[in-house]
Write a protein that binds this ligand. Structure first.
Ligand SMILES: Nc1nc2c(ncn2[C@@H]2O[C@H](COP(=O)(O)OP(=O)(O)OP(=O)(O)O)[C@@H](O)[C@H]2O)c(=O)[nH]1
Ligand SMILES: [Mg+2]
Length: 485
């Protein structure tokens, strides 16, 4: 319980930091149209993906402790279902669906993080729903059941882009389970592509669990090994990597009698059903959420900082350009004045004029030259400078490693748009102030959370309780201490 509370406290601290420090900057410069925390403020989420009939809904029902999702051999369910907790019923009530909401509601309610899925249109909205269930399993997380992936030809008939939808959902999910079954161990490409394209590379490995499900259906150990091999081969082909991700082996315990009979007789007795392990991993979703929050702060902090850095670099260059141009104009108009003076001294109609008048006239010419510069030429020169800067926009930053290149790729267009819309005229002081806010969050915010996570990992069970009490300011009985006393 303390652990849950501590993790919750850390989470809200991080959210506050994003909402109060990163979001105002992100909104001010059009980095995002909605507050950054929109997608991360809701509960931790676990996304379940896989081919049709791979056993997604059965697995979810196993976790929840009753039949909440429809299951069946043919493609059964063509909807995305968010399954979340309802604590309004007394604890001893049987597990059941207590409330259902349709897609339209879900996509328009800002309490939920799904507003960004609106872009997928009416057809998608009709296949999106929420169920509230009083299962204790859902106390700290929500599960998303998805329609099974079909072959790519049939995918086109859905009326919305399935791959993009799962990509968007994967982005907000803290843990993604990808299920395969022995009959279709070859259909991994589409899912993997969506995940690869949307998840930040550094969190991919931590966030995705591969599961070979329904292994009780393999005819023999050899059959299972063959299927396992096929899956590994396919995964390595797609990931382009030699190291194969861990694949969890699992089967449903629903039909206990039949399976235990089967198990006694077959290869299953040599294998551990990793169902429980999966269940434990899923219940770790709140912890994964902290990792994701840290990664979220790092990614957006890095990008925003890079964006502002480019603006600062532009302003500095503009200032330098302005200063140099001013010097040139000053020298130019002095030379012009000097030239006029000399001309007045030697040119026949003017020669012999009073030296005082000549000087005044030359001064006037010089001043005129400067005014001409200030009113028209300066603007022309500045326009040229601006155009050149936009054309070679990447000169505003140094791309010394891949991370810098990636973050620049993400903000380049934004820098261009900002410079275009403001014509390069904005206050350097304001941008510097915003930069230091963002930089602080980037440097310290995510570090704090990573340190807290490391500390958590190193604790034994006994140490944990003391640790949480101290962190949560609780006394020995677990009651909040009065901090003002
Ligand atoms: N033998 C066996 N059958 C399973 C297992 N898991 C699920 N099934 C059966 O496989 C069929 C499909 O399971 P579902 O849970 O509906 O699969 P799904 O992935 O949700 O399918 P769609 O929603 O249609 O994509 C059902 O008839 C289940 O009873 C398992 O581990 N072993
Ligand atoms: Mg299903």
């Amino acid at each position: 319980m303390y652990r849950d509370n501590y993790i919750k406290a850390l989470r809200s601290e991080m959210l506050e930091m994003v909402a109060e420090q990163l979001t105002p900057v992100a909104l001010r410069y059009g980095y995002s149209n909605v507050p950054l925390e929109t997608t991360i403020k809701w509960r931790p989420q676990v996304l379940v993906l896989g081919g049709y009939s791979s056993g997604k809904s059965t697995l979810i029902n196993d976790f929840l402790g009753t039949e909440i999702q429809a299951t069946g051999q043919a493609p059964t369910d063509d909807s995305f279902t968010i399954i979340t907790y309802d604590d309004t019923l007394p604890e001893d009530e049987p597990v059941q669906v207590t409330e259902s909401r349709d897609g339209k509601f879900l996509l328009n309610d800002s309490e939920y993080p799904f507003e960004m899925l609106k872009k997928h249109g009416q057809r998608f909205a009709a296949h999106f729903r929420l169920k509230k269930v009083n299962s204790p399993f859902l106390k700290n997380l929500a599960i998303i059941d998805t329609p099974g992936m079909l072959d790519s030809i049939t995918e086109r008939d859905r009326g919305y882009d399935y791959q993009e939808v799962i990509g968007d959902l994967a982005q907000i999910a803290d843990l993604v389970l990808v299920l395969f079954d022995p009959h279709k161990a070859g259909t991994v490409r589409e899912i993997h592509t969506s995940l690869r394209e949307t998840l930040p590379a550094r969190t991919f490995e931590d966030r995705v669990l591969f599961v070979l499900n329904r292994i009780d259906e393999c005819a023999s150990m050899i059959d299972l090994l063959r299927v396992y091999g096929t899956l590994c081969w396919n995964l390595s082909q797609i990931t382009g990597r030699k190291d194969i991700p861990m694949i969890h082996l699992s089967y449903s315990l629903k039909d206990n009698k039949e399976i235990s009979k089967k198990k006694e007789m077959s290869y299953l007795s040599h294998l551990e059903n990793q169902r429980e392990e999966l269940k434990k991993a899923v219940q770790q979703a709140p912890r994964y959420r902290l990792d994701n929050l840290a990664a979220f702060v790092e990614t957006h902090g890095e990008r925003l900082a890079h964006f502002l850095e480019a603006l600062i670099s532009y302003r500095k260059r503009a200032r330098k350009f302005g200063f140099n141009a001013f010097l040139i104009a000053l020298v130019g108009s002095l030379i012009l004045g000097g030239g006029a003076f000399l001309l007045a001294l030697i040119a026949p109609p003017l020669a012999g004029m009073d030296i005082m008048i000549t000087s005044l006239a030359a001064g006037g010419v010089s001043l005129l030259g400067f005014v001409l510069w200030a009113t028209t030429l300066r603007r022309l020169f500045y326009k040229r400078f601006h155009r050149k800067a936009l054309k070679n926009i990447s000169n505003l930053t140094s791309l010394f490693n891949q991370t810098r290149k990636d973050s620049w790729e993400a903000v380049r267009e934004l820098v261009l748009n900002h410079l275009r819309s403001t014509n390069g005229r904005f206050s350097l002081r304001d941008v510097r102030r915003d930069f230091s806010i963002v930089w602080q969050v980037y440097e310290r915010g995510s570090q704090e959370i990573r340190d807290a996570l490391k500390e958590l990992e190193g604790l034994s069970a006994e140490e944990e309780e003391e640790f949480f009490k101290a962190r949560l300011n609780l006394d020995d009985q677990g009651n909040p201490m009065d901090m003002t006393a």
